[in-house]
Design a protein around this ligand. Structure first.
Ligand code: IMP
Ligand code: MG
Length: 189
């Protein structure tokens, strides 16, 4: 039985829509353990700076870093690409820059989800011009149709082209607190 949530009147125009569970909290926990082990192995003896991409990364980021056993430092960057709640605007805006100095440092960018790839591409270009020692990318989710001209080093799950919420991901800033990842069932089935 798939877990389903029905959105009530608090969700305005989305009320009556259903959310179906796509990835359970237990599956997320297990995969994050694996990702953290892989990252810890790759950065043995180093002190990487993990740069979280706000807002969506915050739950994943907190769980991932707590499973890692290298002395990582943290910082955050905030960008925006979504024009409305479920579609990218096609342009990325920088809302808050990092505050640490990444000169000579090993950087790991932590994203919640890669969809069109615009955001991660924007971040890659920005960091390319920095004097970082190395830059890698980790994303909890990546949509299966996404095409990028560079590699994402750590990917949690590849998912179908559906709008997903929960575990940090939002629909109009809500539902970030759900423990599992759900997809929005636009047809209401
Ligand atoms: P992109 O620039 O199209 O790759 O999208 C990147 C950003 O849009 C992600 O970091 C998310 O914040 C947001 N986003 C993309 N797809 C979804 C989704 O299915 N649910 C919630 N947020 C999403
Ligand atoms: Mg994001």
């Amino acid at each position: 039985m798939t877990k389903t949530l029905l959105l009530d009147s608090n969700y305005g125009k989305y009320s009556g829509l259903k959310l179906n569970e796509l990835i359970s909290s237990e599956q997320i926990r297990q995969r994050i353990e694996e990702m953290a082990a892989e990252i810890s192995e790759d950065y043995k003896g180093k002190t990487p700076i993990m740069i979280g991409v706000l807002n969506g990364c915050f739950v994943f980021f907190a769980d991932l870093i707590r499973e890692m056993d290298v002395p990582a430092e943290v910082d955050f960057i905030k960008i925006s690409s979504y024009a409305n709640e479920t579609r990218t605007s096609g342009t990325v805006r920088l809302l808050k820059d990092i505050s640490c100095d990444i000169t000579g440092r090993d950087v790991i960018v932590i994203e919640d989800i890669i969809d069109s790839g615009l955001s991660i591409d924007f971040l890659r270009r920005r960091l390319q011009d920095s004097q970082a020692q190395s830059v890698k990318f980790a994303a909890l989710l990546m949509k299966d149709y996404t095409k990028l001209d560079f590699e994402i080093d750590y990917i949690g799950f590849t998912i179908p082209d559906k709008f997903v919420v929960g575990y940090g991901l939002d629909l109009a800033q809500k539902m970030r607190n759900l423990k599992s990842i759900y997809y929005l069932n636009q047809e209401g089935h």
